[in-house]
Design a protein around this ligand. Structure first.
Ligand SMILES: *Cc1c(COP(=O)(O)O)cnc(C)c1O
Length: 449
């Protein structure tokens, strides 16, 4: 059981106790607010917040959305009352150390020994930092990523002025290493981005097979595990995922993990980790106003962002103390979602009404109403998607657009009468999903029939 109100009260008390240790001072009248005005606006706020989908509920089986764990909320709000800035040690000595410890825990999870890393606003900025370092270490060369990689890679290459090379995927949505090898033979690529859990399908690129290419071509390997990173916890003994790509991350040059996706954190928490701490040299700069109390490396010196919330580090640190990044700790959350995806995939394979699009590698399930043509699939998907949200018995799904080639290579009987079609997609990232998949499946079957 969680006791968020109690924990928040404890946090508020602790911060007030600390504040009372300093000299008393009169509050400026500008700080005061009219209680009626506050009440009216706050009531409006809470009312307007009901205009959301129920991300907390297992019947919300749509996008990658869920509230943070109450432990993270307690850590975040308590530290936010102090509002440290993890840019520099002066701005937040306590939370800067928590950030270093939380990063070390993530590095240990993926098998990096010595490392350099920090938290970022999210996976996009974390990937930008990894590609920035890649550009500096392999100047004049391009970046390759799979055609199903997150759109951010093409955009960030554009921003960095680096040529971007999308690489074809195989029938399971993973990077095709033969196509990659042909590209590497041209000598124009310095860095390969491997995705450990694509955003659409949760496909995991063959990182273990790509390791040999690094030796052969001298390329840098960056792993975008923004979504999938914590599935490493399921790759140990008695694995629930193919352990090979996860174990191979330890031998790559950098990795991005989003604690605000599968690490129970509120938004604003990504992380980038480098296996070689000397990449710090690429960030070197002089700031006349920030660093003065410590000779140690400040986190702000190894980050492209300047101000960064110490509260984010506090939330992640606290969470990892209470729910550690182990199979029995945080791994239990991912295992339940993974089992839910496997259970649902089984039901979909037997269903006379729905078709499984692809066997899930993680906890993302893609499926569609059985029809003969892409137009009919697309129309039925759109109808089920809209009708499923209607009361009295709503479920919430998301939609994925697939190309005709993506569909017909997996489902040869489908008639490609148009060039793409929408499918249904469910991200089962809440452990409670496990107890609801039968019901979700039943409900969608009824709608699709
Ligand atoms: C979500 C995601 C990103 C982008 O991360 P944000 O935290 O949304 O900025 C990048 N890559 C992958 C694989 C993702 O799933």
């Amino acid at each position: 059981m969680t006791d968020l109100a109690g924990w928040l009260g404890q946090g508020l008390d602790a911060v007030h106790r600390w504040q009372r240790g300093f000299a008393d001072y009169p509050e400026h009248p500008a700080q005061r607010v009219d209680p009626d005005r506050f009440q009216a606006a706050f009531t409006e706020l809470t009312e307007r917040l009901t205009d959301n989908y129920p991300y907390f509920h297992p019947d919300y089986a749509g996008q990658m959305l869920k509230p943070p764990h109450p432990v993270a909320v307690a850590g975040y709000l308590t530290a936010m009352l102090v509002n440290p800035n993890n840019h520099a040690l002066d701005g937040g000595p306590a939370t800067a150390r928590m950030e270093v410890e939380a990063i070390a825990a993530l590095a240990g999870m993926v098998g990096f020994g010595e490392h350099l890393g920090h938290l970022t606003g999210g996976g996009t900025v974390a990937n930008l930092e990894a590609l920035f370092v890649a550009r500096e270490s392999h100047p004049g060369l391009g970046v390759a990523f799979s055609a199903q990689a997150h759109y951010t890679h093409a955009r960030m290459c554009h921003l960095l002025g680096v040529p971007a090379h999308p690489v074809a995927v195989d029938a399971a949505g993973r990077m095709d290493l033969d196509a990659l090898t042909d590209l590497l033979d041209t000598g124009t690529v310095g860095t390969v981005v491997l995705t450990a859990g694509t955003t659409g399908l949760g496909a995991v690129d063959p990182i273990h097979d790509a390791l040999a290419l690094r030796e052969r071509y001298g390329v840098r390997l960056h792993v975008d595990a923004a979504y999938g990173g914590f599935f490493t916890l399921l790759a140990g003994d008695d694995p629930l995922v193919d352990p090979r790509p996860w174990r191979a991350i330890a031998h790559c040059d950098s990795v991005v993990i989003d604690p605000h996706k599968h690490g129970l954190q509120p938004y604003g928490c990504g992380a980038v980790l480098f296996a070689d701490p000397t990449v710090e040299r690429f960030y070197r700069h002089d700031s006349p106003y920030t660093y003065f109390t410590d000779g140690d490396l400040h986190l702000g010196e190894i980050s492209l962002e300047c101000s960064r919330p110490g509260a984010v580090a506090a939330a992640l640190w606290l969470t990892l103390q209470v729910i550690p990044p182990t199979r029995e700790g945080l791994g239990e959350f991912l295992a339940a979602g993974r089992r839910a995806a496997l259970t649902w995939a089984d039901l979909l394979e037997k269903s006379p009404v729905l078709d499984l699009h692809q066997t899930p590698e993680l906890d993302i399930v893609t499926y569609f109403p059985r029809r003969d043509t892409l137009s009919a699939v697309d129309a039925a998907t759109a109808r089920v998607f809209t009708e499923s949200m209607r009361a009295p018995d709503p479920v919430f799904l998301s939609v994925l657009t697939a190309t005709a080639a993506d569909l017909t290579r997996r489902h040869p009987a489908l008639v490609a009468d148009r060039d793409r079609a929408r499918l249904l997609r469910s991200v089962l990232m809440k452990p409670e999903s496990l107890s609801r998949v039968e019901r979700l499946h039943q409900r969608i079957e009824d709608l699709a029939a």
